[in-house]
Design a protein around this ligand. Structure first.
Ligand SMILES: [Zn+2]
Length: 359
C-alpha cells in the first residue's frame, strides 16, 4: 500500500469563489508573476508533504525508493508495510502536519505584507490551499493519509491489521462515491460542466478504485495469513545433475508450455544445491548445448530465497513484492524439499466460491 496525497477540489476555485479579496489594480505582469510563483510554490509544497512522509518512513527503517507526483497529487512509495500501528500513524500524519505548517507560515506572511497587493493575495492563497490540502487529506478514507490514520487507530484498538485495512478501505470507497455524487449534483445544480465538478468526479473515481484495490489486496493478505508455506509447496519433478549437458531432455523440458522459470540442480546424492534459470539455458547457443554442462550455468541458492515450511504466506507475498521474486525453495532439515511459486500463492489467496467457509 502507498500513502497518497490528493489535491483538493478547491484548487480550481477563482479568488472570488474562495472568498479572497479581488486582486488590486496593477500591471498585468505582476498578476502573471504572482500566478507563476504561486504554482511553483504550491508544487514545492506537495513535494515537501511527500518528503515528510518519506523522511518519517526512513527514520523508522523503511526504505522509500521513490516519490511520485501525478495529476491527482503525489505519493511516497514505501518499500514495505508498516509493522505496527504506531509506525503507520506516524508516517501518515506527518504529511498533513507539514502541509498545515506551510499553510500557517504563508498566512502569517500574508498578514505581514501590505494589504491589497499581489504578493499578499498570492501568500494568502498559498496559505489557504495548503491548509485545505492538509484538511482534505485527513478525510478518514484510504488511500488518503486520513485513511491510513484511521487504519492505524483501528489496528491499535482491535490488534487486527486485516480488520483495520477493511474498515479504512471501505471508508475510502465511500468517500470516493460521495465525491462523484458531489460532482454530479454540482453539474445539475449549476447546469454547466465546471472544472470543479469534473475534478471532483475524477478524484472520486481515483479514490474509489484505489480503495477497492486496497480492499482486494487486504482480503488476499487476510486469506494468506491463515496459510503456511507447506500448503503451496510443490515437489520437484525433475532435477538435472550438474554434469548433464544442456541438451536433449533438459532443453526439451524447458521449451514446454508451462516451463517454470528455474530448475533445481541436484548433487550426486540427489540433494538440490543450486538452481539453473530457464532463461540462462535458452541463452546457450545451439552449437554449445552438447558441451555446456548444467553446472556451468547454475547459480547458488540465495539464502534469502529459502523458506521454512511453517512460515506464514502473507509475509512471503510481501517479500516477493519487495524483492521482485517469482519463486522460493523450501527447506526441510537442511535439504531443499521443494519450491513455492508466487503464482500459486496468488491463486491460493483468491476468493473461493460462495458456500465454502474459509478458516
Ligand atoms: Zn500524504
Amino acid at each position: 500500500m502507498t500513502s497518497d496525497s490528493v489535491i483538493p477540489v478547491r484548487l480550481f476555485e477563482s479568488a472570488a469563489q474562495a472568498g479572497l479579496a479581488p486582486p488590486p489594480p496593477g500591471p498585468q505582469a505582476s498578476y502573471w508573476a504572482g500566478g507563476l510563483l504561486a504554482s511553483a510554490v504550491f508544487f514545492a509544497s506537495i513535494v515537501a508533504h511527500e518528503v515528510a512522509h518519506a523522511l518519517m518512513a526512513v527514520r523508522r527503517g523503511i526504505a522509500v525508493p521513490r516519490i511520485r507526483l501525478f495529476v491527482f497529487g503525489g505519493v511516497a512509495e514505501i518499500s514495505q508495510e508498516p509493522r505496527a500501528a504506531g509506525e503507520e500513524f506516524a508516517i501518515a500524519i506527518v504529511g498533513p502536519l507539514t502541509s498545515a505548517a506551510i499553510g500557517g507560515l504563508f498566512l502569517a506572511l500574508a498578514q505581514a505584507l501590505p494589504p491589497a497587493t499581489v504578493p499578499r493575495v498570492t501568500a494568502q492563497w498559498l496559505g489557504e490551499i495548503n491548509l485545505y490540502l492538509a484538511a482534505f487529506n485527513l478525510l478518514p478514507g484510504f488511500p488518503l493519509d486520513g485513511g491510513r490514520v484511521l487504519r492505524a487507530v483501528v489496528w491499535g484498538i482491535t490488534q487486527n491489521v486485516h480488520t483495520a485495512t477493511r474498515v479504512a478501505s471501505m471508508s475510502g470507497a465511500g468517500f470516493g462515491i460521495l465525491l462523484i455524487l458531489f460532482g454530479v449534483v454540482q453539474f445539475f445544480a449549476i447546469r454547466t460542466i465546471g472544472v470543479q465538478a469534473i475534478w471532483a468526479v475524477f478524484i472520486g473515481w481515483f479514490l474509489w478504485s484505489a480503495a477497492r484495490s486496497a480492499m482486494r489486496e487486504g482480503d488476499l493478505r487476510r486469506r494468506l495469513s491463515s496459510m503456511v508455506v507447506r500448503d503451496v509447496t510443490r515437489a520437484f519433478t525433475q532435477a538435472p545433475f550438474p554434469h548433464d549437458a544442456v541438451a536433449a531432455d533438459v532443453e526439451s523440458s524447458i521449451s514446454a508450455e508451462n516451463a517454470p522459470p528455474v530448475w533445481p540442480v541436484a548433487d550426486a546424492g540427489g540433494d538440490v544445491y543450486a538452481m539453473v534459470a530457464t532463461r540462462d539455458i535458452a541463452a546457450v547457443p545451439p552449437f554449445l548445448r552438447e558441451t555446456t554442462r548444467v553446472g556451468d550455468i547454475s547459480r547458488a541458492i540465495d539464502p534469502a530465497d529459502v523458506l521454512e515450511p511453517d512460515t506464514s504466506l502473507d509475509g512471503v507475498l510481501e517479500d516477493a513484492q519487495r524483492r521482485h521474486r517469482g519463486y522460493y525453495v523450501v527447506n526441510a532439515g537442511g535439504r531443499v524439499a521443494g519450491w513455492v511459486f508466487v503464482g500459486d500463492l496468488l491463486r491460493a489467496g483468491r476468493p473461493r466460491r460462495a458456500g465454502r467457509q474459509e478458516a
